[in-house]
Design a protein around this ligand. Sequence first.
Ligand SMILES: Cc1ncc(C[n+]2csc(CCOP(=O)(O)OP(=O)(O)O)c2C)c(N)n1
Ligand SMILES: [Mg+2]
Length: 800
Amino acid sequence: MTGTETKQALSFTDFKAEVLNDYKIATTSREASLLGRREVLTGKAKFGIFGDGKEVPQLAMAKAFKNGDFRSGYYRDQTFMMAIGELTIQQFFAGLYGHASIEADPMSAGRQMGGHFATHSLDENGNWKNLTQQKNSSSDISPTAGQMPRLLGLAQASKIYRNVRGIDATNFSDNGNEIAWGTIGNASTSEGLFFETINAAGVLQVPMVMSVWDDDYGISVHARHQTTKENISEILKGFQRDEKGKGYEIIRAKGWDYPELVAAYEKAAKIAREEHVPVLIHVYQLTQPQGHSTSGSHERYKNADRLAWEGEFDCIAQMKKWITDNNIAPQEELDAIDAQAKADVLEAKKAAWTAYQNPIKEERDGLVALLKSIAAGSDNGVFIEKFIHELTGIKEPMRKDALVAARKVLRLVVKENGKQALSAWIKNYIEDIQPKYSSHLYSQSDKNIFTVAAVAPDYGDTPEDADGRMIMRNNFDALFAKYPEALVFGEDCGNIGDVNQGLEGLQEKYGDFRICDAGIREATIMGQGIGMAMRGLRPIAEIQYLDYLLYALQIMSDDLATVHYRTAGRQKAPLIIRTRGHRLEGVWHSGSPMGMIVNAVRGINVLVPRNMTKAAGFYNTLMETDEPALVIECLNGYRLKEKMPVNLGEFKTPIGVVETIKEGTDITLVSYGSTLRLVEQAAKELQEVGINAEIIDVQSLLPFDVNHDIVKSVAKTNRLLVIDEDVPGGGSAYILQQIIDVQDAYKHLDSKPDTLAAKEHRPAYATDGDYFSKPSVEDIYEKVYSIFNEAKPNEFPELY
Ligand SMILES: Cc1ncc(C[n+]2csc(CCOP(=O)(O)OP(=O)(O)O)c2C)c(N)n1
Ligand SMILES: [Mg+2]
């Protein structure tokens, strides 16, 4: 044998091994889907959504996917996760069962339904791992196209790492060579988030490879109802880069054609990685052998012809045919792989089930032993025995079964000796188990917000007054100098330094990668921030006005607020969102929808500073933490004078701590943001009639008054009024719930705890619109006065 022959022989062996290994992954993945569906139909798992029919393109994508790269995709990608070595069959089933353990189900510790994938960016202490040494997947979310905004940021991070000097990229990037790989279903491309992201990535020229898995359907709805011309790559043709300008490389590949797919992904990766040009791969002619999910069957909406075509063009069947037609391996060898896959999946499934059930059974057995001993000494022994019988009779127990029984039995023994032990068992059990379902909504690392100490602004020997916006600007200057990984972007942020000039001149100083204009596209501005924060940068995403946060609120709520929680602490996105609002002019520049926001974004800190120094202090604090936050600056505060601190970038407003801005004895007035100036004025006027109000600035809505200082004030004044500019029952109701319910302030009240909010409608335009829409100084005065009129009518006769 000559040298060349040996080489060729070896390379064919290698080639064959690689193809067969791919085939094995595909067929194993398929078997997992088939068995997974059965697990749901027999009641062992609750819901199943699988990747069958999409296996082969994912093998091709996995081949081109390198260490350091990121995926942002959706629930069909199990084969890809298996191919990159980040999902075992046992883990697949652990996820399906909802095994609440990060070791058993590394995707989400059982928090997400199966089919939602993730890798670990953080270790168990919340510290970054080296992301350049592993293959990364950002954690999936269920809202269709919700993976798109973050994808943009994941890709943009490479651009920043390649172009901005001075950032310590050790854990995050090798000169920006990483690709962010997106996947989406054909029907989900109908969402606005898809188009917004596609356009933004074209503008930004980021290394993003976007795959559309096109199976012609979105559940039962055919492409003719989804996509113009039923063809996403056809209608995106205008994005193709050409002599007229930069854009995309658009590639089409058939979903069952293994060599075509491998070539397509190789080409796409080269373009994106080397040139930082986004690529769209439209993978068409895919199928869905078992229909959309376990909640229905596709025979209801696919006709016989379609079903027959899907059978023939099933990507695995076609791959098999290609292997045999090209004499890479004989049919028998592939059949043997199929048989092995079946056996492997069955075995891994059993192992996952046992691992999932064993601890639950042990916990239940512990309870049963305790209940037996309690029953023996109880007057209600027979009834308790019945619970024991039922509990032990459950073949596949849940934790819920044990707790329900324990809590019901507790009622039976509440007056007996057995109570003590059972009540202790229940308390310990909940204390032990609850974190499995509730931990990591916020950071539990040593960089959580409570680890940063407050630092007061230092005004030096000769304090100077300045416009609020100058304090903001000078403080940002100090922050950008201190943190090379910090960057800000938003509408009008770059060239003019934001609409209120809080970033004036900083683009010239720090360059247009760090101080950057963005298109008018709030959701993807948010996504840029989420994705870049997930890759170690410290983005500040600016939403120009609070009223327009709604465009981004969905992605804040679904993605940013949940990322740490839904990965049980293994991913984070310490994004700072900067916006301005509360009070200016007209329906869309005066909103203060704080109730909506705090109720939509548990998992994000929500900060409402009353002036620019407080706001700047929040940014300084946040840069030292690893938590996401929304900071709402007062829209009408940029031209108001404040003293200029000398310790710019260093003074820190503590988070979750209220501030008493006026001491008083008669009533506690609680407010935040722009409204406080009116409250202060009203308090002055109330003083004239002998009502001495205490004013508390909440400052931080999430978290809320962690030291419970407000109740201490109410204990002193015995009266409480909460004032804000949201609708009635909005932010003020939230605050009242915190004070009355969480802090138990009702014990100290001599008058009804009250709220004063804006009108139910949006604020009308101009001075009178404002006066008749939002609480005014007179409204606040009269509300407080009426509380005293009720308590002491002689002293405070009624006004009306
Ligand atoms: C915002 C939103 N709307 C509706 C749904 C329910 N839903 C889940 S998957 C799906 C169809 C998606 O079809 P496609 O994008 O083609 O992906 P495929 O399942 O076909 O791979 C729908 C409507 C959802 N998850 N999110
Ligand atoms: Mg589809």
